[in-house]
Design a protein around this ligand. Sequence first.
Ligand code: XMP
Length: 308
Amino acid sequence: MLDPSDFINESINKIKKAVGNKKAIIALSGGVDSSVASVLTSRAIGNNLVAVFVDHGLLRQGEADYVEKTFKNRLNLITVDAKDEFLERLEGVADPEEKRKIIGEVFINVFERVAEEVGADYLVQGTIAPDWIESQGQIKSHHNLALPHGLVLEIVEPIRELYKDEVRILGSELGLPDEMVQRQPYPGPGLAVRVVGALNPEKIEICRKANAIVEEEVKKEGLHGILWQYFAVLTDTKVTGVKGDIRDYGYLVVLRMVESLDAMTANVPELPWSMIKTISQRITAEIPEVTHVALSVSDKPPSTIEFA
Ligand code: XMP
C-alpha cells in the first residue's frame, strides 16, 4: 500500500470522480472492512453516502449500540431493525447452508428497500484483496449489481487492493478508534453460524451471552490482538450436569479460539489454562441453560473455524 495518507487522498479523488453528486449506499456491518470503506467514502462524498446497519437479531451483545455510538458523528447512518423478518424466515431451519442462504436473501431484500428509499445509484462495498482472490476473480467480474426487485447499483470498491493489516492501518489513519480497527472478524450471518441446528430466540440469547463472556475474558488476558477469532458455539447436544445438589440437563457449549493470518488455515494455540477455566466457570454459573463447556482443539483443516 502507498503511504496511508496518500492512499486516502488518491481514493477520495477516485471516489469523487466515480460517484459525482449522486447517492451511494453501503451495508455497514460494524466489521473493520465495511467500517473503513464507509468512513473513507464519506470523506469523499459526505452525506451522499448512506451507511445502512441492519440488525438481523444475530448480532453480538451490545453491537447495535456500539455501531451507533461509533458512527453517528462520522457517517450518515440508518439503522434498520429487521430482527423479526430474519427470525421468522429462519424458524425451524437447521441446515447451515440453508440458514446462510435465507440470511443472504432477507438481507438483500431489506437492503434493496432502503436503497430505493434513499435513491442510491452506487453501492460501496468493503471488499478486500483476499475476498476476490479466494473467489478466483468472481467478484471482479461484475461492475454493477442487479438486486432481486430490479434496482441496479454501480459498484465502488475503494479498498479492494488492500489486505487486512493494511485496512487496519488505514482505519487508524482515518481516526477510527483502536478498539474498532483491531476487532476480530465476525461472520455476516452472525450467531446463526454459532448456534448449531435450528435457531430460536432462547438459543440465540444463550450463544450471545457465552460469546460476550469469551470476548471479555480474552480481552482481560490481552489476547484479543493476538488471536484471530475467539468465540463460543452453542451445540445442539444436551448433557447431564449437576447444579447445586440438583441434577440438570443442559446445553454443551464449545469454546473456539484460533490463530490465523487469513482464515484459509487456522490453528489452536496453547491457551492460558486459568483463562479457559474462568470462561468455563462463568458460562456455567451465569447461563443457567448450560451444563458443560468444552474446548475445541482442532485446526483448520480439517475443521472449519465456524461450527455451522
Ligand atoms: P470457516 O468457518 O469457513 O470460516 O473456516 C472462515 C472465515 O470466514 C468467516 N465466515 C463467514 N463470514 N459469512 C461471512 O461473512 C459467512 O457465511 C461466513 N462463514 C464463515 C469465519 O468467521 C472465518 O473468519
